[in-house]
Design a protein around this ligand. Sequence first.
Ligand code: PEP
Ligand code: CO
Length: 452
Amino acid sequence: MSTQWSPKSWQSKTVLQQPTYLDKEQLQGALDRLAKLPPLVTSWEIESLKEQLAEAAEGKAFLLQGGDCSENLDDCETDSIVRNLKVLMQMSFVLIHGSQKKVVRVGRIAGQYAKPRSNDTETRDGVTLPVYRGDIVNRVGFTEADRTPNPELLLRGYERAALTLNFIRGLSVGGFADMHHPENWDLDFASSSSRSEQYNEMIDSIRSSLNFMEAVLGNSIAESKSIDFFTSHEGLHLGYEQAQTRQVPRRDGWYNLSTHLPWIGYRTRHLDGAHVEYFKGIENPVGIKVGPKFIPAELVELVKVLNPKNEPGRITLIHRFGDEQVGECLPPIIEAIQEAEQKVLFVSDPMHGNTFATNSGIKTRSFDKIAGELEQSFKIHAKCGSILGGVHLELTGDNVTECIGGAKNLGEPDLERAYKSQVDPRLNYDQAMEIAFRVADHLKTDRISNGS
Ligand code: PEP
Ligand code: CO
């Protein structure tokens, strides 16, 4: 890292995917206030996550990263936060049971408010307005007032992130996290899914292992009723990220204290661009979305620029090629990273390469393609002698109908029933749990074939 770096160094580079604010003074006022507000996360949590990601890269842990494509300020509600936390908890127990490894839980939550878009504007019936860029920038309604980027929304986003995180932290250290009572996390899966029997057996087996351990140790494992839960979001709105980038006592460097794991989206990955410049200087672990147009040599260069000391846990490569292209695109990426001896964690995002529009224009994804990309990714990594150390999913604990297929075999006509996402389609509760079982099956097979 150059000694010249500062949280605003990115301003001298070409910056993509930023809103155009009409009132620059109002923007600066909002950013100045944001820069004074307390941080959302701490440097020691960030360092702890980095260590756990390093373990996942070595196959000693597994990363489960999931949540909404884009959070909405209005969805900062008790039920919706609880349901999202529950589904991630339940999925993580399925994964732990299958892999017998630690699962690192990371939500796309408490700050996933800014979205990259293909065009700056949207035209409807001859009217052209700025495109919707996420709730931290503007609103989804199609009026001039809704679509004009509003700096005050940066503060509203920060506040909603803080409220969300406050509730998650409360739940993570209380009875909700008590391993003896997995029924705390029950949604309706146990009764309605074809996997319900398997799920109930798993819960019984977790309970009896706990009872056995406690009988042997003579004390309660439940004394430690706390679980780790980390946050992540795309580090897209650089004004927002800069305002929360701070130095902390007794540690070197700069930390982005708005989230534990910010990632660079596929559309802002350019080596000479502002986003890469910003990410160079922070100490957080960093995710990079890797899609089909990424040239392997360019990716290696980016990894080296972002991680010049080859620090374990610093880089997570989240590949998202799509079921049709993963076979062709993934092996050269793995080989280039291996050749360059870069320490990275490989994670599969089987969502973003599998999006398509139905004949009636609804954006969706097919469960089979999602499961297919995941399955191929496991096989390709095994063949290349590398480790697939995690999954990155867009999901919700709600029973939405945004992706087709899955155990309940949702079809295109079902999409109109409960389609809530304003951006990408998410797996619903059943579909997400089914994916967790499939991943767990892979991890179990690997474990048995490795004799552990
Ligand atoms: C996302 O994760 O919502 C996203 C936009 O990712 P990508 O940059 O991979 O398209
Ligand atoms: Co998305």
